[in-house]
Design a binder for this molecule. Structure first.
Ligand code: D5M
Ligand code: FE
Ligand code: ZN
Length: 522
């Protein structure tokens, strides 16, 4: 196959040390013989040239022998190292010239645009909540105390105005039969012999038990509770003041009046995650098609690309994972990931956070990649920030979180409230709790810090997660929740537990309307 996809042309040019104007790439892609044109162009480029411009392509085109036939080619992806060769080292891939052979057919011809004019002046991108370099944790027990104290303080402040609350120890001393209220962390959830629910709330002074009667309207909400989340309860004290009967329950929640912000112009963001480069199941063909599509007219308004973790497959993440590794060295995995990233148009702004497969600490919050990894992934000068972080694109705030806690929410809550098939519903629960990872101690590891970085202090306009490898989106009190699928086909483990991943999709959000369209590349 000829070198026809714009992404492959970009890859080939960068592998030879050149950047290229978008229009130049488009012109090359639509040449009769892009391969020969590229060779001629590179031969004729002035020695000092760093950027391939349209006029360079035009000169090469007019000189080219238009009768040259493209060579027959295989089906292998081009500029990337052969995915079936585990010994590949990515440092070499940069000088690989196989980009001119092979390549799968992507129908971008005729769709490409010569005038994808992007005005960088119109853009704005602001990061908040990036804790990279700000970790205060010493690993001491006292840090766990302070992170939970901070959680209770800050999420509690969203509830204290709504209930007439008292400290746990004061409630114990109130006369039996009085009305009481409390703001606390859920310490324990138990069912009683008679089918009622006993919920122990904890605050800075101690704990107090609250009883939800099984026939009360609030009983249904008990199924949504997770340990360590912050909520408020109101109710009536029993005669001996040793317990209270719950009349109402309040969550920090997203106010119903929340009105999301939107961009002032028609501009789009592609939201993806879980690329898993280095896995045998990484879908390079789908990625190539995605990257090619980004160069087309149809994608001309996509100016931002957000990647919510699991760039690479990593090593030693799960037992027996190495049997499915294509690239065994973690740094090589990032090198190859960077090659794939290079296929993305150079004028798209990229923001990325790490996930549980990435080479940063597993405990959340996870700081952004270290200097060595940033260096490796420098192709696009991406914004590399912590998991979680908020990025505000032209006024639209996007809370990015990898999503490990979603496994927990899905495991603990009933099917209709959270499931792998509807991952956004699990995200709704996190929004309601105003915390990306409420429950401590299961899948989700929490780094002891002075501050709880996992609280949703502000309501985001968009909440973007990944991790569960399922695509799903929906609105909760007007917040758009998107879980973005993956680029990894089903693994043996996923087969064994019946997880059927949504691989090779890119949800695209209109930042001016918050509408979503899904592009399929698999
Ligand atoms: O996670 C992808 C999804 O699959 C996520 O829901 C966890 C689950 N998963 C995948 N492999 C395992 C193993 N070995 N044990 C438990 N859960 C697993 P990802 O972060 O991409 O691995
Ligand atoms: Fe993943
Ligand atoms: Zn993950």
């Amino acid at each position: 196959m000829p070198l026809e996809g714009p992404a492959r042309i970009v890859s080939e040019l960068t592998s030879r040390g050149y950047n290229a104007e978008r229009e130049a790439v488009t012109k090359l892609a639509s040449a009769d013989n892009p391969e020969a044109t590229l060779e001629r162009l590179v031969d004729d480029l002035p020695e000092t040239a760093l950027v391939v411009r349209t006029d360079h392509v035009e000169a090469a085109l007019s000189a080219a022998d238009s009768s040259a036939k493209p060579p027959a080619g295989g089906q292998e992806p081009p500029s990337q190292p052969d995915s079936e060769d585990p010994s590949v080292s990515t440092g070499e891939s940069a000088t690989h010239s196989s980009a001119v052979e092979g390549g799968d057919p992507v129908e971008t011809k005729g769709e490409t645009t010569a005038d994808r004019s992007v005005d960088p002046e119109l853009r704005s991108l602001e990061i908040t909540g990036d804790m990279t370099g700000e970790s205060t944790g010493t690993g001491e027990y006292s840090d766990f105390v302070s992170v939970f104290r901070d959680r209770l303080e800050r999420l509690g402040s969203k509830l204290r105005g709504r209930v007439n609350h008292r400290p746990a120890t004061a409630i114990q001393n109130m006369p039996g039969g009085s009305e009481a209220g409390m703001v606390g962390l859920v310490n324990d959830i138990r069912s009683t012999a008679s089918g009622h629910w006993l919920i122990e709330l904890e605050d800075a002074t101690g704990t107090f038990p609250w009883l939800v009667m099984k026939d009360r309207e609030y009983a249904d909400l008990v199924a949504e509770l997770l340990c360590d989340e912050v909520l408020a309860m109101e109710g009536t004290l029993a005669d001996d003041s040793g317990i209270a009967f719950v009349d109402s329950m309040y969550f920090p929640d997203v106010p119903r009046t929340h009105e999301p912000s939107t961009a002032d112009r028609h501009v789009q963001a592609a939201l993806i995650s879980d690329v898993h480069v280095g896995s045998q199941e990484f879908m390079h063909d789908a990625w190539n098609r995605f990257a090619d599509w980004l160069h087309t007219e149809q994608a001309q308004h996509v100016e931002y690309l957000l990647i919510a973790g699991d760039m690479v497959e990593g090593v030693g993440i799960y037992p027996d994972q190495d049997e499915e590794l294509d690239i065994v060295d973690i740094y090589d995995q990032y090198e190859v990931f960077n090659e794939y990233l290079k296929q993305v148009p150079g004028d798209i702004e990229i923001v990325m956070i790490p996930g549980n497969h990435d080479a940063v600490r597993l405990a959340e919050p996870q700081p952004g990649f270290d200097e060595d990894l940033r260096e490796i992934m420098s192709a696009h000068d991406p914004q590399i920030v912590s998991n979680p972080s908020t990025v505000t694109l032209e006024g639209v705030s996007v809370l990015m979180y990898h999503g490990v806690s979603l496994d927990e929410v899905i495991a603990e809550l009933p099917e209709e409230k959270a499931s792998y098939d509807d991952p956004h519903k699990a995200m709704f629960q996190l929004l309601k709790k105003r915390h990306v990872a409420p429950q401590f101690g299961g899948h989700t590891r929490l780094a002891p810090e002075e501050k709880d970085h996992l609280i949703m202090e502000e309501v985001p306009d968009i909440f973007h997660t990944g991790h569960v490898h399922k695509l799903g989106f929906g609105k909760y009190h007007d917040v758009l929740a998107i879980n973005s699928g993956c680029w990894q086909a089903q693994t043996d483990f996923q087969k064994s537990v019946n997880i059927d991943p949504d691989a090779g999709y890119a949800p695209i959000v209109d930042l001016d309307t918050l509408d979503v369209t899904v592009q399929k590349f698999s």
